[in-house]
Design a protein around this ligand. Structure first.
Ligand code: MN
Length: 269
């Protein structure tokens, strides 16, 4: 099994080193790392279209790119590796990627890029910042991948999983729990400061507080010590409200037509 690993915290982050060491210990796997040179957290699925990308190899064999997480997976999949990986892993991220975070997450973005190319992919994140019990998270990631391999879940059907692991010792980590994404309130206000040269600087504020952490959400599961697994998809269509929007779009079109007719009548007058 050929596995591509990337992340968004950068190729030197403890999380990707731990993930690489854990995964490359699985029998019969071949692992390569292609990861951003710098921290690219919250870069989502961004691709670099207006600047060249360069790939370098670090002394530990990891390849690093002056681009985003999605850039790394994209160029790995489309030419750099020279083969198609069977599985793309991202992480282990420094901090949770739950609820609305998934929209911004570069960790999820890296995994999603693999999924977009039709390859099964998993984004791994530790819930708290600071890498506490990273060894346990890496061991859990390894166990999950090994089980998937044994149960032949990694095949030609692509899927995308978002996994959040509480910062707990291995023996205290609860069972894996299938979850939906929770929700957060809107983000905290921007923070403004004055630079030494007298200009106003804006710093993006923190993520919003948790709004929906009901049972069944990733927030709930990890708060109770479980490893939260959420299957993700890319279709952003609001399927539930397609009926409402069909009627609304008709009314909009009728209004547009009436307005255009009124304009023409006025021009002719
Ligand atoms: Mn990150």
């Amino acid at each position: 099994m050929k596995i591509l690993i990337s992340n968004d915290d950068g190729f030197q982050a403890p999380g990707i080193v731990a993930l690489y060491e854990a995964i490359s210990g699985i029998d019969g796997v071949q692992v390569e790392v292609v990861a951003p040179e710098q921290n690219n957290s919250a870069k989502s699925n961004a691709l670099t279209l207006h600047a060249p990308l360069y790939v370098h190899r670090a002394s530990n064999g990891f390849r690093y790119v002056n681009g985003t997480p999605a850039d790394c997976v994209h160029i790995a999949m489309t030419g750099l590796l020279g083969y198609r990986p069977d599985l793309v892993l991202a992480g282990i991220n420094n901090g949770a990627n739950m609820g609305d975070d998934t929209v911004y997450s570069g960790t999820v973005g890296a995994a999603m890029e693999g999924y977009l190319f039709g390859v099964p992919a998993i984004a791994f994140s530790q819930v708290e910042f600071g890498w506490k019990h990273l060894d346990a998270a890496a061991q859990k990631a390894r166990d999950i991948v090994q089980q998937m391999r044994q149960q032949q879940l990694v095949g030609s059907t692509p899927w995308l999983l978002n996994v959040n692991i509480p910062n707990l010792p291995l023996e205290q980590l609860g069972a894996i729990k299938l979850c939906r994404l929770g929700r957060r309130h809107a983000a905290e206000p921007v923070i403004t400061q004055v630079s030494p040269r007298g200009q106003t600087m804006y710093w993006i504020g923190s993520a919003g507080a948790v709004k929906d952490d009901a049972e069944g959400t990733d927030f709930h599961a990890t708060a109770h010590g479980h490893v939260a697994i959420t299957p993700l998809k890319i279709d952003l269509t609001d399927h539930q409200n397609l009926g409402y929007w069909a009627q609304t779009a008709s009314r909009l079109q009728a209004g547009l037509q009436a307005a255009a007719h009124a304009d023409r009548t006025q021009e002719q007058a």
